[in-house]
Design a protein around this ligand. Structure first.
Ligand code: UT7
Length: 332
């Protein structure tokens, strides 16, 4: 029998209704629609409103859509990898809550936190369970309620981030489709430039940390920008080379949506034509763990069985990586 690969067999997604436009942000901080569009390519982002709603709320809707689209009995799901940087609670895991909300009674689950690269780390993690042959249906869901850790008086972060979630089903494939190869990397020294300073065990929440606004995302944008372009393109080029692929062999680049200029610089280094580079950053901003699966959700109808896809991401911590996969189905 040929090698078992983990293939994506369906996608579900959700973005909240509330739209925070650049015009609205102009009322909150010293910025302009023109600055935000020119420097980031973001026009608007979605925010989850409503008391008591966390990341799990968006994941629940995305997974329920996925179950419907793939005609899956919730009791047949073996595992959920829940990729998030804004879990509902420190514990229990958001994945556990989502399984309960979606009736996935036979699945085990856990959260995975690799910031903006989380969905790629989750896909590789989930694919290992499929490749053993023991697990048949693994859901990888990526989502964040970034608005819960954003300071809407800090113009360097509040213009970028948004809320959203999307999920994919992984199933075994022995016909050569699915995840073929991947490179994942971390560098903890990058924690200085992008992260959340308090709220964990090193600096637990206190009146002082709250007063100092240390529970919000902190970013040194220009430093992160440079690392994002060089590291995302480096691993993607390495992945192409070791799989004997050129840019011409690729059908789609699915890049993390942090900044349109990062995406353009990365695709130029990979020599991939802009018509092959997927983007929805103008509508959703940076949804952290949500960006890559939300792209799959938005563009699913454009994919054809056998398409060569490279995914690439960079995130806080630092984390980065790239995945090469062959799309496994013709969308209905
Ligand atoms: O997904 C996780 C990884 N995150 C990323 O990949 C984000 C990477 N970084 C970025 O996308 C960009 O660095 C930002 C969008 C965050 C900032 O853009 P930039 O072109 O790097 O701007 P900058 O930080 O170098 O700031 C340039 C100027 C500064 O003013 P001065 O010092 O030149 O007078 C900033 O104070 O722009 C100013 N500025 C703003 N002006 C209007 C910073 N933010 C804003 C703003 N509106 N929102």
């Amino acid at each position: 029998m040929s090698k078992i690969r983990a293939a994506i067999t369906g996608v579900g997604g959700h973005v909240p209704d509330y739209i925070l436009s650049n015009k609205e942000l102009e009322k909150l901080v010293e910025t302009s629609d023109d600055w935000i569009m020119t420097r980031t390519g973001i026009k608007e982002r979605r925010l989850l409103k409503g008391e008591g709603k966390g990341t799990s709320h968006m994941m629940e809707i995305a997974i329920k859509e996925l179950l419907t689209k793939t005609n899956t009995n919730p009791l047949d799901v073996d595992m959920v990898v829940s990729c998030t940087t804004t879990p509902d609670f420190v514990f229990p895991a958001t994945g556990n809550l989502v399984c309960d909300m979606c009736g996935l009674k036979n699945a085990f689950s856990y959260d995975l936190n690799a910031a903006c690269s989380g969905f790629l780390f989750g896909l590789v993690t989930g694919s290992q369970f499929i490749e053993t042959g023991k697990y048949k249906k693994v859901i990888v869901v990526g989502g964040d309620k970034m608005s819960s850790i954003i300071n809407y008086s800090d113009r360097t972060t509040c213009i970028i981030f948004g809320d959203g979630a999307a999920a994919v089903m992984l199933e075994p494939n022995t016909e050569g489709y699915g995840i073929i190869d991947s490179i994942l990397r971390t560098d903890g020294s990058g924690a200085l430039y992008l992260g959340q300073k308090a709220g964990g065990s090193r600096r637990p929440a206190s009146i002082e940390t709250v007063t100092n606004k240390e529970h919000y995302a902190y970013q040194e944008g220009a430093t992160v920008f440079k690392h994002a372009v060089s590291n995302m393109s480096q691993v993607s080029v390495e992945l192409l080379e070791r799989n004997n692929l050129t840019a011409n062999d690729l059908n789609w680049l699915v890049p993390h949506q942090a900044n349109k200029r990062i995406i353009e610089a990365t695709s130029e280094r990979l020599k991939i034509g802009e018509e092959k580079v997927l983007m929805n950053i103008s509508r959703y901003g940076n949804t952290t763990n949500g960006t890559i699966p939300l792209l799959l959700w938005d563009y699913e109808k454009n994919f054809k069985k056998g398409d060569n896809i490279i995914m690439a991401a960079f995130g806080g911590g630092f984390t980065w990586g790239s995945i090469y996969l062959k799309w496994a189905y013709e969308p209905k």
